[in-house]
Design a protein around this ligand. Structure first.
Ligand SMILES: Cc1cc2nc3c(=O)[nH]c(=O)nc-3n(C[C@H](O)[C@H](O)[C@H](O)COP(=O)(O)O)c2cc1C
Length: 203
């Protein structure tokens, strides 16, 4: 499958990193269109200590631990409104926005987007394709909540960046993966299923 992944300037760049790594490792995904908003390098530097400024595919591969010559991920510039994900005629499985800032959420909810992330999300909604949004903010204003309801009513799936604890995570990695597994489940993408509830936990 071909899928678009957008990273925006909300806290939680690590969710994007793991989602991309898990998509790459799944064997189910042939091509990933990656779009990053302008604030991502700042958040990535603060949270992960990595430099994603003007990152090309080679730099992204290095960040994700993929082979340097991997062609899996194609990086599209945010201002390139002629990019592949900007047209409904380009058939894709859908799009994941992880993490999604309230700014990007608002732009999508208003239908008045200005960049490639907004446009690609708009395309998913109008074409009836999967759009998975992973919002991150706290507390949430009524504007944020109304925007989530608006995009959910338009067909988006909201997966808040609020990890569960019922699988007893022993590390931040396990905490993050648990949420990323839920994201992958929306596209039936293969993962380890580790932390999946079996029903045998409570006897
Ligand atoms: C370190 C850092 C953390 C941030 N965390 C959040 C957040 O969790 N949620 C949010 O909506 N905005 C957050 N912001 C603010 C957004 O980056 C800002 O609103 C930006 O305009 C969003 O633009 P974008 O949607 O194009 O990425 C954060 C900014 C920085 C620098």
């Amino acid at each position: 499958m071909e899928i678009t992944v957008a990273i925006t300037g909300a806290s939680g760049t690590i969710y994007a990193q793991r989602t991309l790594q898990l998509l790459a490792a799944s064997g189910d995904v042939e091509s990933i269109n990656l779009i990053m908003s302008g604030v991502v390098p700042t958040v990535a530097r603060v949270e992960l200590g990595v430099d994603l400024k003007n990152a090309d595919a080679g730099r992204v591969n290095e960040w994700l631990g993929l082979p340097a010559d991997s062609k899996l991920i194609r990086v599209w510039r945010l201002d390139n409104l002629a990019a592949k994900p900007s047209s409904g005629s380009n058939k894709q499985a859908g799009m994941i926005i992880v993490p999604c800032s309230m700014g990007t959420l608002g732009a999508i909810a208003s239908g008045a987007g200005t960049n490639l992330i907004h446009r690609a999300a708009d395309v998913c909604l109008k074409e009836g394709r999967k759009l998975v949004i992973v919002p991150r903010e706290t507390p949430l204003s009524t504007i944020h909540l109304e925007n989530m309801l608006r995009v959910a009513n338009a067909g988006a799936r909201i997966i808040p960046a609020s990890p569960g604890f019922y699988h007893r995570p022993q590390s931040i990695g396990e905490l993050v993966d648990h949420l990323c597994f839920r994201i992958l489940d929306q596209f039936d993408v293969t993962h380890s299923r580790h932390s999946q509830w079996t029903g045998n936990e409570v006897t």
